[in-house]
Design a protein around this ligand. Structure first.
Ligand SMILES: C[S@@+](CC[C@H](N)C(=O)[O-])C[C@H]1O[C@@H](n2cnc3c(N)ncnc32)[C@H](O)[C@@H]1O
Length: 198
């Protein structure tokens, strides 16, 4: 069972990955809308998403960008393919750029992005603190990081909030300041977003 879930959602590959990508693209609408409302994206910003999956949040962010760019990195070649199809026009127009890569070794220079975010991916990374430190490294001074989780494994809202508090602590440990936690009740599970400033 764990292997099936892994192939569908955590490291999407094969037929299950195709299906998982389609499910994630449809089921994340309210979470993505909420995330967008927290980010207040400006049209000229450089924004990084790590672990973009089928690229539905990239699609939402790209509508806010005119002069800037949304850049994405994901470990799954299949998700790169799905997200590239979903965002084909924005990629052609240069508003979106997607690539294969790992959260732990981001292929970007220091101080590149105004915002760096990740949604429902950090719990899969082999080293969460190292991943957040990498995101911090590529943020410009004053840039903002946002880590979103909708933990389907949590049984209660208190558990979801506790998971969010752990995320906020990780941000502090990684050297982010002005950290804060946002919580949103939604179906099928409430979500948290830990934010911080470089
Ligand atoms: C559960 S999916 C979430 C996808 C999307 N963000 C969403 O909310 O629907 C997790 C994604 O993280 C990616 N991922 C897992 N480990 C990663 C890592 N170490 N670096 C980059 N991406 C990773 C997977 O390939 C997958 O696309």
């Amino acid at each position: 069972m764990m292997k099936l879930l892994d192939n569908a959602f955590a490291h999407p590959r094969g037929l299950l990955g195709q299906l998982g990508g389609a499910i994630m693209a449809r089921s994340t609408r309210s979470r993505n809308e909420w995330t967008l409302s927290l980010l207040t994206i400006q049209p000229n910003e450089q924004i990084l998403e790590v672990g973009f999956g089928p690229g539905a949040l990239i699609e939402g962010m790209a509508t806010k960008i005119t002069k800037g760019q949304i850049v994405g990195v994901d470990m799954s070649p299949l998700m790169l393919e799905q997200a590239s199809k979903r965002n084909a026009i924005a990629i052609r127009e240069g508003r979106v750029s997607l690539q294969h890569g790992s959260a732990l070794v981001l292929p970007f220079s220091d101080d590149t992005f105004d915002k760096a975010l990740s949604a429902n991916s950090i719990h899969i990374w082999p080293d969460q603190l190292a991943g957040i430190k990498e995101m911090r490294r590529v943020l410009k001074p004053g840039g903002e990081i946002a880590i979103v989780l909708q933990p389907v494994w949590a049984r209660t809202d208190d558990e979801v909030k506790h998971i969010g508090e752990d995320l906020t602590q990780l941000l502090t440990q990684a050297g982010l300041h002005h950290t804060r936690l946002e919580f949103k009740s939604m179906k099928p599970k409430s979500s948290v977003c830990a934010l911080g400033i470089k």
